[in-house]
Design a protein around this ligand. Structure first.
Ligand code: NDP
Length: 479
């Protein structure tokens, strides 16, 4: 780890209109290594003035970029993909430091997914039918315009790629504001755009805080659409500001997803997979399956296996091969999660393992113990609110109808899981869940499947062909 820590990343320019330009003021934001609490870099704290410049550059670039052929745009995206592949070790190291995900996983997920997204966007746009005949109309799909992208810290480059690759594939130009907590990887992406000679203004990067730079994007009259991923609270604010100019809004927000284990499920498979689906990225995953719904008759058996599994998630240094659980991203996030653990105990849930105290020997860094509660009631805070940490809530139920009712009884609807003896049975229950993604008997993540939520988990879908359509307007030409 010492070698990785040695390098200080100082980024003092913003990428606007095809060049690295000085920000409008000298203030900077510090980036902290979540495992060591040391400052590892600084980035500009942008202002609304910087967003104005970036939005103008993107608007100027739009006519020419939107007129390029789909094949030309696909070729550009593949060059970005190659650039990401070439810089995978650097990016995986950077994200492991900024965010704290164990390095091996960071390599596979935090860089692997963006690589795949640029590739998928290129393939999909190459085959996409932009025109169709409906009676006497020619229906054409056109890029929506300038897209403002506001992204979070939990899968930082993946969230940027889902927006940027598909918006650019559609023919849109973009202004990106990454999370202030994990902004460094976005600069590497901008370096790649610069190196491949992307036309000026197609991709613009402005770092800064949400309330300043994020709000300036959402309110800017030259931004035609805002694509946001993050908390439901900030998403609501973005929507409010976007309404001023009736922008299109895509929101990918929080979740409190249920993993419904049915009476006849294979517990030996369902439980380890269920714990993994909750603890991935230290629980900082919007689609994490954080509520495990268990038939009361099998509660004791499930509890025993959950605890055994949870205790194999050894917290530790992201660069130590033995670590299965990295730190949380920041002190704020660690304190929020500890607060939820305290709340769970106060409200009467039964703590099976973990707890509020830092893991032994890991007092420095934003570590939280892998935690499991049982006898969680559906109305408890830890069953209703998104915790975003390694905290699993086991909720017992008596009938299948009750399980479905509990699964659907939150303001969210992002994801879910169902486990049953027969796949058909699990699928039937999956259809009853009000959520955008449901995995059945551990069905694997599909990067081409539409991703997004029902209810307060958001509006719209990312990834695959649905993710491309998100950035298209529809025009009917009658003839
Ligand atoms: P935020 O929603 O605040 O952050 C996400 C992005 O939105 C960041 O780029 C942030 O900027 C920006 N932002 C913040 N406020 C505004 C605003 N008023 N207008 C425009 N943009 C804004 O999430 P937090 O980092 O505060 O995390 C809080 C909780 O949100 C987590 O505990 C988790 O429950 C949830 N969350 C969900 C995510 C998901 O994938 N669905 C991702 C991240 C968080 P800035 O750079 O200043 O942070």
């Amino acid at each position: 780890m010492a070698i990785e820590e040695a390098r200080m990343e100082v980024r003092d320019k913003l990428y606007i209109g095809g060049s690295w330009v000085a920000p409008s003021n000298a203030e900077t934001l510090e980036v902290v290594n979540s495992a060591t609490e040391e400052v590892i870099g600084t980035v500009p704290a942008g202002t609304p003035e910087d967003i104005d410049k970036a939005a103008r550059a993107a608007a100027e670039a739009f006519p020419a970029w939107s007129a390029t052929s789909a094949d030309e745009r696909a070729k550009t995206l593949l060059r970005v993909q190659e650039g990401l592949v070439a810089r995978t070790p650097e990016l995986a190291t950077l994200i492991a430091r900024e965010l704290g995900m164990p390095f091996t996983l960071s390599n596979l997920i935090q860089v692997g997914l963006p690589v795949m997204n640029f590739y998928n966007a290129a393939q999909i746009v190459g085959e996409f039918k932009f025109e169709e005949e409906v009676g006497n109309s020619l229906v054409v799909r056109e890029p929506v315009g300038v897209v403002g992208c506001i992204t979070p810290w939990n899968y930082p480059l993946h969230q940027i790629a889902l927006k940027v690759a598909f918006a650019m594939a559609a023919g849109c130009t973009v202004v990106v504001k990454p999370s202030e907590v994990t902004p460094l990887n976005a600069f590497v992406l901008a370096d790649i755009f610069d190196e491949i000679g992307l036309p000026a203004g197609v991709f613009n990067l402005v770092t800064g805080t949400g309330p300043v730079v994020g709000e300036a994007i959402a309110a800017h009259p030259l931004v035609d659409m805002v694509s946001f991923t993050g908390s439901t609270r900030a998403g609501k604010r973005v929507m409010e500001l976007a309404s001023g100019s009736v922008k299109r809004v895509a929101l990918e927000l929080g979740g409190k997803s249920a993993n419904v284990i049915l009476e006849d499920a294979d517990i030996q498979s369902a439980v380890p997979a269920g714990v993994a689906a909750c603890y991935i990225n230290s629980g900082q995953t919007c689609s994490a399956l954080t509520r495990m719904l268990v038939p009361r008759s099998r509660l004791a058996e499930v509890e025993e296996l959950v605890v055994k599994t949870a205790e194999t998630y050894t917290p530790g240094d992201p660069f130590d091969a033995e670590s299965r659980l990295g730190p949380l991203v920041s002190a704020v996030q660690r304190d929020r999660v500890r607060g939820y653990i305290r709340k769970g105990i106060e409200e009467g849930a039964r703590l099976l393992t973990g707890g509020e105290e830092p893991p032994e020997g890991l007092e420095k860094g934003y570590f939280v113990r892998p935690t499991v509660f049982s006898d969680v009631r559906p109305d408890m805070t830890i069953a209703q609110e998104e915790i975003f940490g390694p905290v699993l809530s086991i909720i017992p139920y008596d009938t299948e109808d009750e399980a479905v009712e509990i699964a659907n009884d939150t303001v969210y609807g992002l994801a879910g899981g169902v486990w049953a003896g027969e796949k058909a049975h699990a699928e039937a229950v999956a259809r009853r869940l009000r959520a955008g993604q449901v995995e059945v008997n551990g069905g694997g993540f599909n990067p081409l499947a539409p991703f997004g939520g029902y209810k307060q988990s958001g509006i719209g879908r990312e990834a695959g062909s649905f993710g491309l359509e998100e950035f298209l307007e529809v025009k009917a030409i009658q003839r």
